[in-house]
Design a protein around this ligand. Structure first.
Ligand SMILES: Cc1ncc(C[n+]2csc(CCOP(=O)(O)OP(=O)(O)O)c2C)c(N)n1
Ligand SMILES: [Mg+2]
Length: 771
């Protein structure tokens, strides 16, 4: 990697200043200059940016190699835009429209921003942790021969210190330690301020201990070179300085030179006289704010020294709002400079009025060459890469043939068959699970394909000839990444593996399994994965009260509602194995298609008798969200509408009632999510003059407009009850609204009104209402 010569430190300092100016100006422009007709505050975080412009200048214009990938602290987004503006890859128009419709995003976004964003950020803590999983994916690809050494890089997270309160970070470093993670730099912008105020004292020591115990190198950048020297020469000053609390330090940074003088004089008296004499107020303030994270020499040296693959935590001390009038003020998180303050900053930075957007305004002719050289070098390294799609042939997935089976068992069987058949698709599948590999039926696949470990891991039980159904050995060709229980890590792993095409140019087909109720544990990480358009297959099993004896906390109720409201994730809930096979095939296609998405399969351990199919006509409709398992007579006055594992109850009730209710239909819903999306999309299209009815409208229009629907799901009844709104048909929704409990299926279905008796009563009710 090209290293700048010593004199380039000066060029880096100029770039630091440019970033401080442009980020502050972009936010100012959006709030004070751009027209606003709705009166809403636009916002932006000038103080959070000023805190780490030096860190980002040192990183982007000096330390980063072309394969390195960065997650930028959410509130540092404007700095990333400013960097790309200097490189010529961000437009002035987008910056002028910062936080506006279609403009540069408030927080870096992979999918919405036009500049290259390696990882989206916003929900604090998640951008940090995904870098660790991306590094594991890089190791996985290298071990499998999909990534050459020359294309490997380092993963960098730029972190606000308050982010370190997020537990998901510690879950991630524990997982990282187990997998011997490497090539990571996590850089804390340690300004000791969060959103509300200054943060708890002396946490840097705790972070240091925690990270070291997980195998990290910790580099503390507390002082800049000048302050380091001054404190070295004046031990009394150092010990005084270091006992200041976070709040005291921030308050003094805010108050400035005179306040420092008064305080030092008052507390240290004669000892400090000569030192104070030698510094006027301005010099004093300048010296005592020379913290490590603002000192280019300190940063460059620290980054240069960490030139190996040991995961490294940099604790870079900074001042929130450095160089701005509210530097250090505890309330500065969302603080905005007023026009007078902005004008003073502009003058101080040598920016002429009317030239605020000039990229290198204020950089003198002599300094240009050095600055241009750094920009040229960085430009090459930061180019946006095209997303890699459409590289894998998706082979048909046959359904397991058993007369009776559960969707969970069928899932295990399908993966086993895929593994045995082999081929490109099977080789690209990577499975992962938070300690529920065996209980979600991934065991047979793992026996075939092995655990992934960078170094060989023998199966001690097998070697000791202890009988076990499960082979548990690992090696660098293994295709299952076993995780600890922390579900958030599962979703971050899926997010990273689901971006492998984007980050590394090689598409993987990641499949993650967990118990359906525990989706909630990792929900924000799942949302984060979807927000970045990572592509994966999530298999959640078992689900619902159908789980029976396991009891309430394990019986999921609301995940279908979560899925109904989750963009980027398609929910399928099969009743039968052939539906499941079709859905898995579709999920693979969606992983490798530019306009695809991720898929969530909600499965069950209930063994059910499979249905006879006359032909394949059900398939297309099933993939679109639902099909008539028992056709209604056109204009029929009633239908049973059921989803997933309760299909046998629906079928039995249909058999029983069809004599009394002529023309009764049975609609199998395979995806309330898709039906709902199709419905709203068709409405939107109608406003634009297109008249094609949606799938759900077509299905339901087979019935009379006054028909009654009895909906049945082992989930919150609202998953299906909305179907009544499509054509205005009456609905009796059956489903689970109270926490589950232990019991056998007959008892539970009766208690929760999912049985034949409940269906019969509900059908009678909707018919009576019609009369
Ligand atoms: C999960 C989550 N919770 C809350 C917030 C709101 N929030 C945004 S920034 C922030 C604190 C920022 O402090 P720090 O990480 O130290 O960043 P700084 O601005 O000081 O650099 C909070 C609470 C968020 N973005 N994400
Ligand atoms: Mg902070």
């Amino acid at each position: 990697m090209l290293k700048p010569a010593t004199t380039d430190i000066e060029a880096l300092k100029l770039l630091d200043e440019r970033l401080r100016w442009l980020s502050a100006w972009t936010i100012h422009h959006a709030n004070h200059i751009r027209d606003s007709d709705d009166g809403l505050k636009v916002g932006g975080h000038q103080a959070s940016c000023a805190s780490m412009t030096a860190i980002m200048a040192a990183l982007y214009f000096h330390a980063l190699g072309e394969n390195d990938r960065v997650a930028v602290k959410p509130h540092g987004g404007p700095i990333l835009h400013a960097i790309h503006y200097l490189l010529g890859s961000q437009s002035r128009e987008a910056l002028e429209n910062f936080r506006g419709f279609g403009g540069a995003q408030s927080y870096p976004s992979r999918t919405k921003d036009k500049i290259p964003v390696d990882f989206s950020t916003g929900s604090v803590g998640l951008g940090v942790a995904i870098t660790l999983f991306a590094s594991l994916v890089q190791d996985y690809l290298t071990a499998h021969g999909w990534l050459e050494d020359k294309d490997r890089g380092r993963f960098v997270a730029l972190i606000g210190d308050a982010e370190l309160d997020e537990g998901n970070i510690y879950e991630a470093i524990i997982e990282g330690a187990k997998h011997d993670v490497r090539n990571l730099w996590w850089i804390i912008d340690y300004n000791r301020q969060s959103l509300d105020a200054t943060s708890a004292d002396r946490m840097f020591e705790r972070f240091d201990e925690i990270f070291r115990s997980c195998g990290w190198r910790v580099v503390e950048l507390r002082y800049g070179q000048r302050l380091q020297k001054a404190l070295g020469e004046n031990a009394w000053l150092k010990s005084w300085f270091e006992q200041l609390s976070n709040a005291e330090l921030s308050a003094l940074h805010y108050q400035g030179g005179a306040a420092w003088r008064k305080r030092i004089e008052g507390e240290l008296g004669k000892k400090a006289a000569a030192f104070l004499e030698a510094h006027d107020d301005e010099a004093l303030a300048k010296l005592l704010t020379d913290l490590g994270g603002h000192c280019m020499g300190t940063l460059v040296r620290a980054f240069d020294d960490a030139d190996d693959d040991v995961p490294t935590l940099f604790i870079a001390w900074t001042i929130k709002g450095f160089g701005l009038p509210f530097a250090g003020h505890k309330d500065n998180h969302a603080g905005l400079m007023n026009p007078t303050q902005l004008a003073a900053l502009r003058d101080a930075m040598g920016v002429r009025e009317g030239h605020e957007w000039e990229p290198l305004e204020g950089v003198g002719d002599n300094a240009r060459t050095g600055v241009d050289a750094l920009l040229d070098r960085t430009r090459v390294a930061r180019e946006k890469r095209a997303r890699a799609f459409g590289s894998v042939a998706i082979t048909p997935i046959p359904a397991p043939a058993d007369d009776e089976q559960s969707t969970q068992a069928a899932f295990g069987r399908i993966l086993l068959d895929l593994s045995k058949a082999g081929g490109d698709l099977a080789d690209r599948i990577v499975t992962t699970s938070p300690d529920v590999t065996v209980s979600t039926n991934l065991g047979a696949w793992v026996n075939q394909r092995g655990l992934f470990r960078r170094t060989d891991m023998p199966d001690i039980f097998a070697q000791s000839k202890i009988v076990s159904a499960q082979k548990w050995s690992g090696g660098n060709k293994g295709q299952h990444i076993e995780l600890g229980i922390a579900e958030s890590n599962l979703f971050l792993m899926l997010a990273a593996a689901g971006l492998s095409g984007d980050l590394f140019g090689t598409r993987l087909f990641p499949i993650g399994t967990l118990y359906d109720p525990f989706i909630a544990r990792g929900l924000d990480s799942l949302n984060y994965a979807c927000y970045q358009d990572a592509r994966f297959l999530l298999v959640a099993t078992p689900s619902g009260i159908t789980l029976g004896p396991e009891g309430g906390a394990h019986q999921s109720i609301n995940p279908p509602l979560i899925a109904l409201g989750q963009p980027g994730l398609r929910h399928y809930e099969p009743a039968y194995a052939d539906e499941l096979a079709a859905m898995i095939e579709e999920a693979f296609r969606l992983i490798d298609h530019p306009a695809g998405e991720s898929t969530y399969l909600r499965l069950s351990t209930r063994n059910i008798r499979q249905v006879e199919r006359a032909d394949d006509s059900w398939r297309e409709d099933a993939l679109a969200g639902g099909y008539w398992l028992r056709e209604p007579v056109p204009g029929s006055e009633a239908a049973i509408v059921a989803m997933g594992a309760v299909m046998p109850e629906a079928l039995a009730a249909w058999e029983e009632l069809r004599g009394d209710v002529p023309g009764l239909g049975l609609l199998a819903v395979t995806s309330p999510d898709l039906l709902h999306r199709g419905w709203t999309a068709a409405q939107a299209a109608r406003w634009q003059g297109q008249r094609k009815p949606s799938h759900v409208e077509q299905l339901l229009s087979r019935l009379s407009r006054t028909a009654g629907l009895v909906t049945l799901a082992d989930a919150a009844p609202a998953s299906l009850s909305w179907l009544g709104g499509v054509l205005g048909q009456r609905v009796a929704p059956l489903g689970v609204e109270k926490f589950g409990q232990t019991g056998n299926l007959a008892d539970l279905y009766a208690a929760y009104r999912l049985d034949g008796a409940a269906i019969t009563k509900a059908v009678a009710e909707v018919l009576l209402q019609n009369g």
